[in-house]
Design a protein around this ligand. Structure first.
Ligand code: PMP
Length: 282
């Protein structure tokens, strides 16, 4: 079942109401996290909480909860939902204040958590298109201001693709609208863009890098161009909602043989096993 938590109260999501003066609603003045629940266990919870704290600190939004209270609240969300496989959405905004761009003198952050059932599916290859990256210069912050991502994803959908890879002014891929971008070169090198203000350091990205290290798969964290991606042997995307998803076409051109590659299939299997193991540990 779907449930919501809003500033201390639990309800059905449709009964949770915010003020028209919430700064998240007015300005997109807030940050968020999306976490997977797998076999009743919040996967990579500590990493998501750490990234949330970093995002709040970077934009100077006060944490609405003490450090130890996050886990308790999120685990309560899972148990109230009664779901074994679910998606938790968490948003913190700078709260309610008369509309004025500068911060209010004192703010009480608004906190929303929702949990809903989700079946995690892995496997089928997807198409991506490439589009200019028109976002701000702090994409490392998980801000709720997602208009360029929304427009990009819609452009992908309109062209019959699943995801859009955003490309910087130097012709290099930054990331997807809701995922990190990866390629495997002809020489068998696994590549994903290095962490900077240009991308979100995906929790799935970090997990896949750890798995690659454990499996002694060589990788390189560096930018790659669209041309390099089109000449790659394999490509894939990672993210909380897409897990590890093969990319089989870029701008309509097949990647490698146009089917899920060997490396990608291996990482996908490692990742699925990793999720299963984490679920069983609790
Ligand atoms: N980049 C962007 C722009 C995203 O929105 C997401 C999804 N949160 C990701 C990358 C992947 O991050 P994660 O693996 O933490 O879901």
């Amino acid at each position: 079942m779907s449930i919501a938590y809003l500033n201390g109260h639990w309800s059905k999501p449709e009964d949770a109401k915010i003020s028209v003066f919430d700064r998240g609603f007015m300005f997109g003045d807030g940050v968020y996290e999306v976490m997977p629940v797998y076999h009743g266990h919040i996967f990579t919870l500590d990493q998501h909480i750490a990234r949330l704290k970093r995002s709040m600190a970077e934009v100077r939004i006060q944490s609405p909860l003490d450090a130890s209270a996050w886990k308790v609240l999120l685990e309560e969300a899972v148990s109230r939902s009664g779901e074994q496989n679910a998606l938790i959405y968490l948003q913190v905004t700078r709260g309610v204040a008369p509309r004025s761009h500068a911060f209010p003198d004192h703010h009480e952050s608004a906190l929303v958590v929702t949990a809903r059932r989700l079946r995690f599916l892995q496997g089928d290859g997807v198409d991506v298109i490439t589009i200019p990256d028109i976002r701000w210069k702090r994409c490392d912050i998980k801000s709720i201001s997602l208009l360029p991502n929304v427009l990009g994803k819609q452009q992908a959908k309109d062209s019959g693709a699943s995801e859009a890879w955003m490309v910087d002014s130097g012709g290099q891929v930054t990331e997807g609208t809701l995922s990190n971008a990866w390629i495997v070169t002809e020489r068998g090198e696994l590549i994903t863009r290095d962490v900077s203000h240009a991308i979100l350091n995906g929790i799935t990205r970090q997990a896949v890098l750890r798995l690659a290290t454990g499996a002694e798969i060589a990788f390189s964290e560096r930018p790659f161009t669209v041309n390099e991606a089109k000449a790659a042997r394999e490509a894939f995307i990672t993210g909380t909602t897409v897990l590890v998803t093969p990319v089989v076409r870029i701008d309509g051109e097949p990647v490698g043989n146009g089917r899920t590659g060997e490396f990608t299939a291996k990482l996908l299997a490692f990742y699925a096993r990793h999720m299963d193991n984490q679920g069983k540990e609790t």
